[in-house]
Every structure is written in structure tokens, then in C-alpha cells.
Design a protein around this ligand. Structure first.
Ligand SMILES: [Zn+2]
Length: 124
């Protein structure tokens, strides 16, 4: 095989093992996604991302500010305070769960990326 051909057929599909070009986003044989399609860098996409980046912390702030749990905790009435404690516990549990799910999801993405890289190296 000539060098130019070797460069063109860079790897093989991890599912159907058909030779594929390194420039392919999807396998032409089985249709599996090979590499992520590039993110758009158009002005409209940029503006959307920048606006969302500005608004997101504001949404979080407004959500926390609207949360009435703190007011319930400060109440002198015992029943109202109990409601505040329950709301606080739920907030803490939910926060821990969200962080935990984020860590698990990130690990899975890292593992699959590592596995994909290893498979590509083994393909040669
Ligand atoms: Zn394939």
C-alpha cells in the first residue's frame, strides 16, 4: 500500500470494521458516529452562547432569591420552622445528587473518549 493511501484510510470503524477515512464524521457503512461534528462558530451561534452565559448565573440567582426556605427557617412558629428544615434537607440532598450525577456523567464521557482513542490506536 502506498503512503498516500495509508494516510487516507486512517482507521477502521469500531462497529463494522470497514476501513474509513479520518475525515469522516459518520461511518458510511453502518452510520455510527465516528467523531463529533465541529461546533458552529457563526456569529449568530456566538451571540446566542454569550447571551446564555450572561443570563445563566442571573437565572440561578433569581431562583435562589425566590426560594422561601430561609424565611421558613427563621420563623418563630414551630410548624413553619419544621417546613423550613425539610425544605433545607431536600435542597442539600438535591445539591449532593446533582454534583454526584455530574461527576458520574463526566467520568463516563472521559472513559468512552479514552476507550475510543485506545481502539483507534489498536486499529493501526
Ligand atoms: Zn461502521
Amino acid at each position: 500500500m502506498k503512503n498516500s493511501q495509508a494516510a487516507e484510510i486512517a482507521t477502521s470503524c469500531i462497529v463494522c470494521h470497514q476501513p474509513i477515512l479520518s475525515t469522516y464524521y459518520f461511518c458510511p457503512n453502518c452510520g455510527i458516529k465516528i467523531i463529533d461534528t465541529p461546533l458552529s462558530t457563526s456569529l449568530f451561534t456566538q451571540i446566542k452562547l454569550y447571551i446564555f452565559s450572561i443570563i445563566l448565573p442571573m437565572i440561578c440567582f433569581i431562583t435562589i432569591w425566590r426560594w422561601q426556605g430561609g424565611n421558613y427557617l427563621k420563623s418563630k412558629d414551630e410548624k413553619t420552622r419544621t417546613i423550613g428544615v425539610v425544605a433545607c434537607l431536600l435542597l442539600v440532598i438535591s445539591t449532593i445528587l446533582t454534583i454526584w450525577i455530574t461527576i458520574i456523567t463526566t467520568q463516563k464521557i472521559m472513559e468512552s473518549a479514552t476507550a475510543k482513542i485506545n481502539t483507534e490506536i489498536d486499529g493501526f
